[in-house]
Design a protein around this ligand. Structure first.
Ligand code: NDP
Ligand code: 8X3
Length: 250
């Protein structure tokens, strides 16, 4: 694949799997995340040219400075995969921690918007490009105690639709992928390092794996240029909706 692809949240889960898949296809990668050690390890491991950018998507000036620093041979970015994000806490509105709300709104929503705005000129200048936003089933349905995480993913869905409208005249492809339960570090982050609690989310079902999402992202990129996969909802077979999950008896 002769494309330059920028992936946010490449240090684990879906973003890392996407990096591995795209590297095996020969894409040139710009990998972003806060954990520098993991970015360096990926750069060493992957069989392709990799440039790493170490920044927090919530830090507006760091986002713009980092994107500005991309070396010429990794520009223009052909594909932006806005994947960085997490849930913080699973609490009802009454008991929730405002710091968790800030982390989700600032990271999942504003961070995604900053990165998009920073990368966009590289696409509009060439009237070409692709943006893939990682939404969630939580951006299509609200579930109990999902409140602000769901709001953040509903915002990602709305922003994706807005981008598709505003970038229509530029020939830029804009789509979103909305996964259900994917077994990554996601729940470990949501439950603040409680691995046992995190594991119960994915127990008694065949959850999606990061590779399932990466494979679908690859499909969105490899679709012919005249095809935009606008929205893909991807669920484990055991999951019918955000809350209807067929867990096996032990
Ligand atoms: P992981 O926790 O494994 O990965 C999250 C990634 O996002 C990490 O690489 C992390 O990197 C990065 N990230 C988080 N916050 C920031 C930040 N403030 N600045 C920069 N990078 C950040 O979870 P997943 O792979 O599952 O999550 C990826 C995306 O998929 C998220 O947007 C999530 O909401 C979405 N999703 C996940 C589902 C699931 O069930 N797992 C289902 C539906 C959607 P680092 O910490 O190094 O900065
Ligand atoms: C992650 C999936 O159902 O935990 O977005 O919110 S869920």
């Amino acid at each position: 694949m002769n494309k330059k692809v920028l992936i946010t949240g490449a240090t684990s889960g879906i973003g890392k799997a996407a990096a591995e898949f795209l590297a095996s296809q020969g894409a040139r990668l710009i990998l972003c995340g806060r954990r520098e050690d993991r970015l360096s390890a990926l750069k060493e491991e992957l069989p392709t040219e990799v440039h790493t950018l170490n920044f927090d998507v919530r830090d507006r000036s760091a986002v713009f400075e980092s994107i500005d620093s991309i070396p010429e041979d990794f520009k223009p970015v052909d594909v932006l995969i806005n994947n960085a994000g997490n849930a913080h806490g699973l609490d009802d509105v009454v008991g929730a921690d405002l710091d968790d709300w800030d982390a989700m709104i600032d990271g999942n929503v504003k961070g995604l918007m900053y990165v998009t705005k920073a990368v966009l000129p590289q696409m509009t200048e060439q009237n070409k490009g692709q943006i893939i936003n990682v939404g969630s089933i939580a951006g299509l349905e609200v579930y109990p105690k999902g409140n602000v995480y769901c709001a953040s993913k509903f915002a990602v869905d709305a922003f994706t639709q807005g981008l598709r409208i505003d970038l229509n005249a530029y020939g830029i492809r804009v789509g979103a992928i909305h996964p259900g339960l994917v077994e990554t570090e996601f729940s470990e982050v949501r439950f603040k390092g409680d691995r046992e609690k995190a594991a119960t989310v994915y127990s008694q079902l065949d959850a999606l794996q990061a590779e399932d999402i990466a494979n679908t992202i690859l499909f969105m990129i490899n679709a012919p240029e005249h095809v935009t996969l606008a929205d893909i909802t991807i669920l484990p077979t055991a999951q019918a909706s955000a809350t209807i999950i067929n867990k096996r008896e032990k």
